[in-house]
Write a protein that binds this ligand. Structure first.
Ligand SMILES: [Zn+2]
Length: 251
């Protein structure tokens, strides 16, 4: 009997060891084969993905939808306030695939005015196909809607209900979801001695073209300008190299 019990104990111990080994192997496998981008999006966000079957790269995602309850919860009281000049129903949630500074593909999320959503997707498809490098595309709500924090982190974003930089009481076009800032560190806001973000001081020489910079006539500039957007790098009184905006008919 004692021998039998010992034998059962040994078998049980062996099974436990086997189970632990299996769990470790499974973890290693998951690490080697991470979930596809689509799986990640569908499981984490319950978003409907309209992937482009005609695109050669099946991993790329370009889609837009109205704001889900979850996204409304994320932005109300943060980037969207009671006095925001657009209604939540007028905003679209957009996912785009982009090439990061690490030369790999990432999926960004943006909120833009619904009337520009498809156009923004078309623009970011062009940027993606040309491998224009963008460091980060996150909602500004990830930075508590603080433009300075977002800029310092080199984040690109569109919607944020806020005043025009340097103009108190005037809503920026970001407040309508009709303006987009791209790579703010490489493309700073410059007005006299003011350079925002501070890290942008290294990029004041616009002749010294480096990764992520937007230069007149380059593919990023053309993607926006050919669709009627204005570039802040061409303004006279100040330069806002990161900024593109498009006037739309709100009626
Ligand atoms: Zn801007």
């Amino acid at each position: 009997m004692a021998k039998n019990r010992k034998c059962i104990k040994s078998i049980l111990a062996l099974l436990v060891i086997l189970l632990v080994v299996l769990i470790i192997l499974r973890k290693m496998d998951m690490y080697k084969n991470p979930q596809s981008v689509k799986d990640l999006l569908t499981t984490e966000d319950e978003t409907i993905i309209s992937d482009n079957a005609d695109e050669p790269d099946a991993m790329s995602v370009f889609m837009c939808s109205s704001l889900s309850e979850k996204n409304i919860d994320r932005i109300v009281g943060v980037s969207w306030q009671e006095n925001t000049p657009v209604k939540l129903e007028e905003l679209s949630y957009v996912n785009v695939t982009y090439w990061g500074f690490d030369d790999t593909e990432h999926i960004g999320e943006m909120i833009v005015h619904e009337k520009l959503a498809q156009e923004v997707i078309d623009i970011f498809k062009e940027l993606y196909e040309a491998k224009f490098p963008i460091e980060k595309i996150k909602l500004i709500d990830e930075y508590d809607a603080d433009d300075n924090l977002s800029m310092a982190d080199n984040n690109s974003y569109a919607f944020c209900s806020r005043e025009v930089t340097g103009k108190k009481g005037k809503f920026s076009n970001h407040s309508y979801g009709i303006a987009i800032d791209i790579n703010p560190v490489q493309n700073p806001y410059v007005k006299g001695d003011i350079v925002l973000p501070e890290e942008g001081n290294n990029y004041l020489n616009r002749e010294d073209i480096r990764k992520g910079m937007i230069i007149k006539g380059d593919m990023c500039y053309n993607a926006f300008k050919s669709r009627g957007w204005t570039w802040g790098g061409e303004w006279k009184s100040l330069k806002d190299y990161q900024h593109f905006e498009k006037e739309i008919d709100f009626k």
